[in-house]
Design a protein around this ligand. Structure first.
Ligand code: ZN
Length: 567
């Protein structure tokens, strides 16, 4: 049943969501108690674009990202979808809530086709992104502001998504903040800052007391040693998870994570799963329970409180050549099942451990089941084994219509791009090298890939080794500069128009939703972001400061800084 058909029956979208397919999906995940609806319209603002009122954005510079790159001044939204795009609001016949843009730049809602927002939502403590900090003072200010909004004694944490490289100006050696600096900023809340997958980490005096009380070594300067395996950072992260994570805390974290994305203009996330947690100190920032970690997001959705779209891939990383878990997943799970807000996806970003015989066997199974597969490539050669295995799978069960994806691809060569293109595949590019890349640890070859014409999209791969902020990734893709200001990806830059297209219109293909998402065109879902700066003209360094001042998802204002005239 379409949304319009629901509407004719007199059910609002939220009622449909509460009673519809996702209740079934929740039951399939183990069942959840029904929770009363608590839809939260933008505070004190008229709500347009749904039910009883249209939403009109007028007097703007609206980059529709349609096939002709049309720039319009007005867009009219009705029942969650774009009704008209043009130079003025047309006939409507209903009450209209009007957003006067006063010339502001509007872009389609950003689609992040590969990230780990579910991990971000399940972080212990009040996770506070530091990806936009460019000095220790920025860290202190960010934490002080966070502290003001939470109870004394509550943990402020930042687990992944940043690197010390951007916390200190390029003329000084990179480092984490010290215990004294963190105490200065946040005297009344324990603090835990942990870099990437497995540290190193830093804490303040309150945090140090907690950790040392559990036998976890902390330096006088607040540093906690990192490393894979049972490092002090691994012990510290585990202690916080075991102490702090209740289901309600995970739900609060999910709201925070989604809200953070909306402030950046990200309206759709394709989540790529986690490493399966063992509840041991060897778990890193990217470990969670793949079988329960979506439940806080599904609970929010059930209550009408999920305000960005979530698509869910299932990560499988088995070393057993029989891949028993993957076999059961393919047998028992529906792909592309759900509704417009939450929907399952394919298998990814792993289908098996490694790229050897187990990987090839897994590819065969996914192809035979007719599922989408997504894997990643990080090394100078792994993409060769992956694409060869995909070719072998395709020979047994055609995958050319299944839209298989390889993500990151820092070193892919054009002959392999061509081979993957022949399989109907697509490449998900990301600017994660921005944080810690070097002239040899660089890529991906944006220019070569975009010019090749293979299906291409853009993603963040946040939240461990990369930031979520799409504007940082666009900065890297268009300048080739890392966080230290070093040109590391020269010759592979693409234009601002090109990378925005990858992050919006072209990402529709990766969701199989190109008919309804990715551009501002009549009939598509009304997902868009009003920006604080003109993306197309600001100097390169100002790209990093772009934010959304008003974000709309499905015709509803879901993020609003109050800077835009809404009446
Ligand atoms: Zn990833």
């Amino acid at each position: 049943m379409s949304e319009n058909e629901h509407r004719r029956t007199g059910l609002s979208r939220r009622e449909v969501l509460r009673t519809g397919a996702v209740a079934g999906a929740a039951a399939a995940f183990g069942g959840m108690a029904a929770v009363p609806a608590s839809a939260a319209p933008a505070q004190g603002r008229p709500a347009g674009g749904r039910d009883d009122a249209d939403l009109a954005l007028v007097n703007g510079t609206i980059h529709t990202m349609d096939a002709d790159n049309t720039v319009a001044s007005t867009v009219l939204i009705r029942d969650g979808k774009i009704l008209a795009v043009g130079t003025r609001a047309g006939e409507h016949g209903r009450r209209v809530v009007t957003v006067n843009l006063h010339g502001r730049t509007v872009v389609p809602g950003i689609i992040d086709n590969h990230n780990h927002i579910v991990l971000m939502g399940n972080r212990p403590g009040h996770h506070t992104p530091l990806e936009n900090a460019s000095s220790i003072a920025d860290v202190q200010q960010t934490y002080a502001e966070r502290s003001a909004g939470i109870p004394a004694g509550a943990w402020i944490t930042t687990i992944g998504g940043f690197h010390r490289n951007h916390l200190v100006p390029p003329d000084q050696p990179p480092r984490l903040p010290t215990l004294a600096e963190l105490d200065d900023a946040v005297p009344d809340n324990p603090v835990y800052i942990s870099e990437a997958f497995s540290g190193p980490s830093a804490t303040n005096s309150l945090g140090k007391a907690f950790f040392t009380g559990r036998g976890i070594p902390v330096g006088d300067d607040g540093l906690i040693a990192g490393g894979f395996g049972a490092s002090p950072t691994g012990q510290a992260t585990l202690a916080l998870r075991q102490t702090l994570l209740t289901f309600d805390e995970r739900k609060r974290g999910a709201v925070d994570a989604v809200g953070y994305g909306l402030g950046l203009g990200v309206t759709t996330h394709l989540d790529q799963g986690a490493f399966q947690a063992a509840n041991a100190p060897s778990d890193g920032a990217a470990h969670e329970d793949n079988y329960t970690m979506h439940l806080p997001f599904l609970a929010l959705h059930d209550e009408g409180g999920l305000s960005a779209r979530l698509r869910i891939n299932f990560l499988h990383m088995e070393s057993d050549p029989a891949t028993p878990g993957l076999v059961e997943r393919l047998r028992n799970q529906f792909q592309f099942f759900g509704d417009d807000m939450v929907r399952t996806g394919g298998i990814g970003e792993f289908i098996a451990q490694g790229t050897g015989t187990t990987f090839a066997a897994a590819a065969l199974r996914v192809a035979e089941a007719g599922w989408r597969a997504e894997v990643h490539s990080l090394s100078a050669t792994d993409f060769q084994a992956e694409i060869q295995a995909f070719e072998a799978a395709n020979a047994a069960s055609p995958i050319t219509d299944l839209r298989w994806v390889i993500a990151h691809v820092p070193f892919i060569t054009e002959d392999y791009v061509d081979r993957f293109k022949a399989l109907g595949g697509g490449l998900s590019l990301t600017g994660w090298r921005y944080l810690a890349g070097s002239p040899s640890g660089n890529g991906p070859p944006f220019r070569m890939i975009v010019d090749n014409g293979i299906n291409t999209g853009m993603s963040s791969d946040g939240m461990q080794i990369a930031p979520m902020n799409p504007w940082l990734h666009m900065y890297y893709a268009t300048t080739g500069l890392n966080a230290r200001g070093v040109l590391i990806n020269g010759g592979q830059q693409i234009s601002r128009q090109e990378v925005l297209r990858l992050y919006t219109r072209d990402n529709g293909w990766f969701l199989r939703e190109e008919d309804v998402l990715g551009s501002i065109e009549p009939g598509k879902f009304a997902d868009l972001a009003v920006l604080n700066k003109d993306y197309f003209v600001v100097p390169d360094e100002e790209l990093k400061q772009i934010r959304s001042v008003l974000t709309v998802v499905g015709g509803e204002i879901v993020h609003d800084t109050g800077e835009v005239d809404v009446r």
